[in-house]
Design a protein around this ligand. Sequence first.
Ligand code: LLP
Length: 417
Amino acid sequence: MNHFQYQGNDLYCEQVAVRKIAEQVGTPFYLYSHATLSHHLATFTAAFASVPHLVCYSIKSNSNLAVLKTFVNGGAGFDIVSGGELFRAQQVGCDPRKIVYSGVGKTEQEIAAALEADILMFNVESTQELETINRVAGQLGKKAGIAIRVNPDVDPQTHPYISTGMKKAKFGINIARALEDYRHAAQLPHLEVIGVDCHIGSQLTKLSPFVDAIAKVRELVESLQQEGFAIRYLDLGGGLGITYKDEEPPSPADYAQAIIAATRGLNLTLIFEPGRVLTGNAGILVTKVLYVKHGEAKNFVIVDAAMNDLTRPTLYGSYQGIEAVERSTTGTMLADVVGPICESGDFLAQDREVPDFGQGDLVAVTSAGAYGFTMSSNYNSRCRVPEIMVKGDQILVVRERESFADLIRGEQIPAGL
Ligand code: LLP
């Protein structure tokens, strides 16, 4: 469910016509619905109401402060993967006891900052990281809560770039070796072993990989409990997929039902790190048609957004919906929707039946709320686009459009050059 709907021929975000926002802020821009974000979090949380749980929204999918604040207001904590994300979490007043820290390459500075902030738990991804966290915690006179991220070697059946739980992945510690690392961690004086963690991949559209992973993780948890480890948390990561085109992912309720059944009797607080399922369909990218070019082999709709603004189509070959903001015609054409960047990989859609767009038309690129703005760049010296949030009938600019001055901030021409 989301709050981007047509009223007559015009696309609305909640109570505001998207055309009106474009008139106010120009194009391109990202647009988020506050009601959709809140609704997605509430639905996800409600699905787990019958068991002790903590929802730690994965900041990387959309890190805008207004989005984060919306989730904090809804009771969420955060999954962070860098010092920068910790900083963002602090900016919106997240309770540090609701923060978990994942990632294969945490630096000593980042570990120290997270310890100073008193976060709940580090999800540790290597034996050396265990030792580093122990050392840094010792220097600071702290005790670090840790879980080991185990790699259960299941195939999440998703794009290889976002599949993380197989043997060949750089993530986590092989589940067969994890017990050894847990025993090692128990010897380290500045660590407190409190959890087990696993995240197997992103955009999962089936329940079976989650269930298979839990079956393996469950055995580990039981062995640890038998050895006397006081495991309190089972972090099952994120990964629940969304509908971009015609995928039929499990609903949060189905996902919860399967997970609650698979973890029954363990007596642990479940932690989740959802990203895309909360933000993906809560955002769109709005862009304007600059030119329509009828080439010999193909038609091209050239828009003012590009691969630097939304990189998913070119990076993963992923599908993003293309809709008219104002449906002025029922005609369609087969075209590539492309940006102004000097690369053939600069496309938002390829060989797609799209509305019969004309110059100046507004285009909504749908399902762009996750891994959209956060993966954008300044390539071709393009200013990053603004982020707008609609709440009811209000248009809130939650990140301004960058200026040319922003583009060169920090650069210097050395004297004598
Ligand atoms: N937890 C960990 C440890 C993760 O690595 C990720 C995502 C998540 C949670 C959140 O996963 P989600 O619920 O959003 O699936 N840029 C790619 C997705 C990369 C996902 C990276 N890790 C894309 O645009 O599809």
